[in-house]
Design a protein around this ligand. Structure first.
Ligand SMILES: Nc1nc2c(ncn2[C@@H]2O[C@H](COP(=O)(O)OP(=O)(O)OP(=O)(O)O)[C@@H](O)[C@H]2O)c(=O)[nH]1
Ligand SMILES: [Mg+2]
Length: 196
């Protein structure tokens, strides 16, 4: 849920990067952090295990310019993808405005992608939300893998019926990282414009 602070003329949005373990959610935030100029970003906070798996979340605040005189601040979060951290994932979805679903192109992660998307739908239901009403886009990451599955196959397994936008990426090399963020931010702003 976006929060508007009229006295400070600020709007805050929450964007959550969701997806199976090791699909590259944290890598997206790190690359964004590396590329954004200092004046547009705050500190990135990562709560991770020793082997760099997300333990609770990563957090990166971004200022993405002004809309109608209001400063737009996007709070980017990642969830921990490992299956047993579901209560954390649920908590992080509280108040979500938009989702970037990060899918993995590896053949042995096809099922994990589908299960994670199903898990996202279930967790949203707890907040009486659904992917039909929340702005969301899909990033198909790790396109550099030699045995990367065809995009069309991943699309068929994930969300063939909806008109959701898919973006191919190699997050590690900063390819296809900004496009899904830009796209979901635009959708979130459009949604706010419709409801106010
Ligand atoms: N080949 C390849 N590897 C990638 C790419 N993006 C990320 N990785 C690697 O995949 C591994 C997992 O990346 P993370 O960003 O930590 O994955 P995550 O989705 O945050 O994982 P959890 O925190 O466990 O949910 C790391 O070793 C990354 O370097 C990519 O585009 N291509
Ligand atoms: Mg992570």
């Amino acid at each position: 849920m976006s929060t508007i602070n009229f006295s400070a003329r600020e709007i805050n949005f929450k964007i959550v990067y969701y997806g199976p373990g090791l699909s590259g959610k944290t890598t997206n935030l790190k690359r964004i952090y590396d590329q954004v100029p200092a004046e547009s970003k705050g500190e990135m906070v990562s709560l991770a295990t020793e082997d760099e798996r997300t333990l609770f979340f990563d957090f990166l605040p971004l200022d993405l310019g002004k809309v109608n005189g209001f400063k737009t601040r996007f709070h980017l979060y990642t969830v921990p993808g490992q299956v047993f951290y579901n209560s954390s994932r649920k908590l992080i979805l509280r108040g979500v405005d938009g989702v970037v679903f990060v899918a993995d192109s590896a053949p042995n992660r096809l099922r994990a992608n589908a299960e994670s998307l199903r898990n996202l739908r279930e967790n949203l239901k707890e907040y009486n939300l659904s992917l039909n009403e929340i702005p969301y886009v899909i990033q198909i990451n790790k396109r550099d893998l030699e045995n990367a599955l065809p995009v069309e196959m991943i699309r068929q397994v994930l969300d063939p019926s909806s008109s959701v936008d898919f973006y191919e990426a190699i997050a590690e090399q900063f390819k296809g990282v900004f496009e899904p963020l830009r796209s979901v931010s635009k959708l979130v702003l459009e949604k706010l414009a419709q409801t106010t």
